[in-house]
Write a protein that binds this ligand. Structure first.
Ligand SMILES: [Zn+2]
Length: 232
């Protein structure tokens, strides 16, 4: 883990004792949630197949507790929850297949439309990706651009979602991507179709491998995609 990041948190803790972002109890300086609260998340360690994504990592299942926490960084502009989400994704990456972080050259994120960023006031995926990159000591670079309007994915069926995001992205930095291993971060994944399209765009631009990591994936997705389903 990045030493400057740890030092910053240690100094902050001297003045403001660190507290759990959910229940408020005092916790060690380098944590964001207490163990009791972390254990309330449903673990999502089952691997699933997403086309064009070489390896997928999710910290938790998007159930009621996951939703409550995600609401803080998605809707409430809670910076502590954004840092917490990045920390939990980083821990899930460290705990998972070690090759993912080892081989990552660049961390990037699923882009939001300018209009949506303006409405919300911030881009939580970019912020989470930035913090995860700091923890992992990797560069965070915006590699993708949304090039056409799409409908909100949550209003669509699984089939409609794939069609909705088809050709929705372009790669901003083909020279940077060529031959590199990219890790895409997103906050919530439902069917994986957005991540799949983002990964396809990066592979078309010459990326060697494209892995993906999210804070949470929905139960629907968790249950509907077989763990041992492999590409042909
Ligand atoms: Zn707690």
């Amino acid at each position: 883990m990045n030493r400057i990041y740890i030092l910053k948190r240690l100094i902050l803790d001297l003045f403001y004792p660190n507290r759990c972002g959910m229940c408020g109890c005092e916790i060690p300086f380098d944590e964001y949630l207490c163990n009791t609260c972390v254990n309330l998340f449903s673990s999502a360690d089952k691997n699933v197949f997403i086309p064009y994504v070489d390896h997928f990592t999710a910290f938790a299942v998007y159930d009621s507790f996951g939703k409550e926490f995600a609401g803080r960084f998605k809707n409430d502009g809670d910076g502590y929850a954004i840092s917490g989400a990045a920390y939990l994704i980083y821990k899930a990456l460290v705990k998972g297949d070690s090759s993912v972080l080892n081989e990552t050259d660049i961390i990037t994120y699923v882009p939001m439309r300018k209009r949506d960023i303006y409405k919300r006031g911030y881009d939580q995926c970019r912020l989470i990706a930035n913090e995860t990159a700091q923890l992992a000591d990797k560069p965070c670079i915006g590699l993708l651009k949304k090039i056409r309007n799409t409908k909100p994915q949550k209003t669509l069926t699984a089939e409609e979602r794939s069609v909705n995001v088809k050709d929705a992205f372009s790669c901003l930095k083909e020279k940077t991507v060529k031959g590199r291993s990219v890790l895409i971060l997103d906050d919530i994944s439902t069917t994986g179709s957005t991540l799949s399209e983002a990964a396809r765009t990066l592979k078309n631009a010459g990326a060697k491998t494209v892995n993906a990591a999210v804070f949470a994936k929905t139960r629907l997705y968790f249950d509907s995609v077989s763990a041992d389903k492999k590409p042909d």
